[in-house]
Design a binder for this molecule. Sequence first.
Ligand code: PLP
Ligand code: COI
Length: 357
Amino acid sequence: MDVKVTLLPQDQLKPLYDDPLKLKFGQNFTDYMFTVIHDAGKGWHSAEIKPYQALQLDPAASVFHYGQEIFEGQKAYKSAKGDILLFRPEENAKRFNRSMKRMSMPEFPVEDFIAIEEKLLKLEERWIPQQKGAALYLRPTGIAIEPALGVRPANQYMFFIILSPVGPYYSTGFNPVSLYVCTDFSRAGEGGTGAAKAGGNYGGSLAGTCTALNKGYNQVLWLDAKEHRYVEEVGAMNIFFVMDNKLVTPPLGGTILPGITRQSLLELASGLGIEPVERRLTIEEVIESIQSGKVTEVFGAGTAAVVSPVGKICYNEKDYVINNNVTGPWAQKFFDTLTGIQYGELEDKHNWVHVVK
Ligand code: PLP
Ligand code: COI
């Protein structure tokens, strides 16, 4: 794909951050962005890398009315050798396309997705933090831009990528977070869009997130929409339980985001000496197992959240503390192994690391 590149004079580049570990998640953006347009009958065209700028969209653009919007979240890391590393970018490109398809939006070629990210990252290399714990977050996004109020798939789309240097997602850093089990709202129902990374899923989840935050918890823990019994996932990460020395996580059934970090932890588990199990578990089982000591650790996993230990779960207005609210050995082991691979410190036995050339 041909990409037109418009560069800024050196003296118009933004000043860099001081300490990337102190950056608030997603509040700082780099100098450039990528955009490409899709028209029905014409396909993708007018690919551009240009200075970071506001989008000019018609107020009738269908994204504003019917929510055809999907996104991805990835990180670029800097290895000690100075290489730029991406973690399993093909998986993000493929999930981007699955989300696009679910929202009746056009797919984008996987090879071009990765080639464009490489081009952007080379141009923006100075923004990729050297410090472990910080990274350059990539936000590929698809939106419907045709000005049309009829309820039908749009005839024009934009795919853009913006980049944001980030530190830890939670203000707690790698210390345990607290979760509030939402028992009134649901995140996703069967046959809905829960498995797509669609903005609407997040918009709909904010009421539950607000309840959790207002009550002093870091995130919401979602249950299934039908019975409000089965544990699904957290607001911005998948969830894992260490039970009887097994690594248990809810199965993907269309209502949970198929996290790439989740899949990676499941693939790493056996090699680290713990059996991975995907099965449904009720919130009652979780609470009883915390109380009996059968659950020894709980942690979340996601690109932004990495591996985040969970120290406390509130269910029906009662708190249940896990592992004395301190990081447990399995959370630590998965965190160290995953980040070791992502930053190029550990051998990449699974061939997950993509070196940007
Ligand atoms: N679940 C939700 C709702 C998320 O927003 C995320 C973050 O992307 C995840 C799970 C984890 O997915 P991944 O590991 O691919 O980042
Ligand atoms: C991610 O982990 O990349 C996410 O998208 C989570 C959240 C910031 C939406």
